[in-house]
Design a protein around this ligand. Structure first.
Ligand code: NI
Ligand code: MN
Length: 225
């Protein structure tokens, strides 16, 4: 499994020869100007919730690639009404896709579309593929529901928001890491806007002090799992 950070909460995940994009918000992120969405491959686009900073480039990329959008029922209905292909899910449900198993899990946040229309309830994803399992938390507060995850799943990596203000900050993300029983964390949802700027070295040190590993990738950088 190869994971590429495209800035903010945008990720590319490659499992076997299948390309998954998560929450593409690239053209609206001046820090991600090195990424050209015309060149991004996508067989699937996973959407955690309907906020602008997670869906901005979904439509353009889905139209170009024919990717199947996977999200909650309301978000998929919105895109199906635009003629795009989607697979609707809801919390607690899982499905075997060609890349592996995907589960849509709880997040504590909101989920309106930029025009104010209803975007269902926000979520996160657990992806199991090529014998690796990762948790993409989406925008969320620290929540006791995270304790449900290790009851069924041994995570190899968790991707957690760490920017504070709109989501968990560093201190809550460290507790989340305990809840999900995963000490290998990739941070996301930080630095994009003034509200969520963080001190990288301090963040890494706080995780290190708890014998945990916080990774922060450069935009466009990849890691192998
Ligand atoms: Ni959000
Ligand atoms: Mn967000």
């Amino acid at each position: 499994m190869k994971i590429t950070f495209y800035g903010h909460a945008s990720l590319g995940i490659q499992i076997k020869d299948i390309n998954i994009l998560v929450d593409p918000f690239i053209t609206g992120n001046e820090n991600a100007s090195s990424i050209d969405i015309e060149t991004l491959k996508a067989d699937y686009i996973l959407v955690t919730h309907a906020h602008q900073d997670h869906i901005l480039d979904v439509e353009a990329i889905a139209k170009r690639t024919g990717a199947i959008i996977v999200s909650n029922f309301e978000i998929i209905t919105y895109y199906q009404n635009k003629g795009l292909e989607g697979h609707p899910m809801n919390h607690g449900g899982s499905w075997d896709f060609e890349f592996g198993n995907l589960k849509y899990v709880n997040a504590i946040h909101t989920s309106s579309f930029p025009d104010g229309s209803y975007g269902g309830q926000p979520g996160g994803f657990i992806i199991e593929g090529e014998r690796k399992t990762i948790y993409i938390a989406g925008d969320t507060a620290l929540t006791m529901d995270m304790k449900l995850i290790p009851m069924q799943t041994k995570l190899d990596l968790a991707i957690l928001p760490i920017g504070d203000n709109f989501t968990m900050g560093i201190n809550d993300a460290i507790i989340a890491s305990d809840f999900i029983e995963c000490d290998k964390i990739l941070g996301y949802h930080y630095d994009t806007f003034g509200y969520i700027e963080i001190d990288h070295e301090e963040a890494k040190r706080k995780f290190f002090d708890k014998e945990k590993d916080l990774m922060l990738l450069e935009i466009g950088e990849s890691m192998e799992l």
